[in-house]
Ligand binder design. Structure first.
Ligand SMILES: NC(=O)c1ccc[n+]([C@@H]2O[C@H](COP(=O)([O-])OP(=O)(O)OC[C@H]3O[C@@H](n4cnc5c(N)ncnc54)[C@H](O)[C@@H]3O)[C@@H](O)[C@H]2O)c1
Length: 245
């Protein structure tokens, strides 16, 4: 018996980084996984031809696309037990550099996206009388790491997750939030920030290293699974101790 036997898990941002790792970890534990991402080419490259992974092009900021995506999955796989709202974008722009459009785009994808996911998966989970949702926020929602739209969008994820946990509990649906620190994924590799900044952050981290996608993926797997059946509204920080200072 595996930990996600017979479960259907819908993972956004499933074509890269932490989402890609979650697809691997979840399928290894017996789940059928829907890997949803805006990058169709990467989805096909990573997961094309696998029996236990269904790929789906989805822009998480689109209400219409979410509606179609959830209906397609329920039609094909019959249910959705787990939703992981993981897709996101980041920015290196500082206070004086970002535009109103930058702010709106970040809010639409990082903040509004998880809201839409929860809104659209609700009816199928309600019908089943159970479900597990994990939303990926960021340590930047908890500590001051630059006044920018990224932190704001991740703060929104924290707030809506708590609200949903309270509202959805009566239907047997759990909602938890994970706050990764700096994790070695393409998102971080693509940042132009100097190596010196990352080295400085590592020095400030009690465990003295950056995180790996599996550090987050394994925690998300636990929260998603029935092993966490009495855990909802929880906030799990996975940052090597950085924010404990
Ligand atoms: N890497 C870090 O240090 C770090 C730290 C804290 C939080 N996070 C958060 O973790 C999540 C995963 O990040 P990652 O580091 O694996 O990044 P990543 O860039 O490796 O992967 C993100 C994925 O999201 C997809 N995506 C982007 N916009 C989308 C959209 N509109 N609709 C659907 N898919 C979209 C991308 O195509 C990509 O496949 C993000 O929400 C990110 O903000 C990352």
């Amino acid at each position: 018996m595996t930990r996600l036997q017979d479960k259907v898990a819908f993972i956004t941002g499933g074509a890269s980084g932490m989402g890609e790792m979650m697809v691997k970890l979840f399928t290894a534990q017996g789940a059928t996984v829907v890997a949803a991402d805006i990058n169709e080419t990467a989805l096909e490259e990573k997961w094309g031809g696998l029996d236990n992974v269904m790929t789906l092009k989805l822009n998480v900021a689109s209400d219409e696309e979410w509606e179609t995506a959830i209906a397609t999955v329920v039609d094909k796989l019959g249910k959705i037990d787990i939703l992981i709202n993981n897709a996101g974008i980041s920015t290196e722009k500082g206070l004086n550099d970002f535009t109103i459009e930058d702010w709106r785009r970040m809010s639409d994808i990082n903040g509004f996206g998880p809201f839409l996911g929860m809104k659209h998966v609700l009816s199928t989970m309600k019908e089943a009388g159970k479900g597990s949702i994990v939303n990926i926020s960021s340590y930047t929602a908890l500590v001051g790491m630059g006044l920018n739209p990224y932190s704001a969008s991740k703060g929104a994820v924290r707030a809506i997750s708590r609200a949903a946990a309270v509202d959805f509990g009566k239907w047997g649906i759990r909602v938890n939030t994970v706050f990764p620190g700096i994790i070695e994924t393409p998102m971080v590799a693509n940042l132009q920030s100097s190596k010196a900044i990352l080295e400085g952050l590592i020095k400030m981290t009690p465990l003295e290293r950056l995180g790996k996608p599996e550090d987050v993926g394994n925690a998300v797997l636990f929260l998603a699974s029935d092993e966490a059946s009495y855990i909802t509204g929880a906030e799990l920080v996975i940052d090597g101790g950085y924010s404990a200072r």
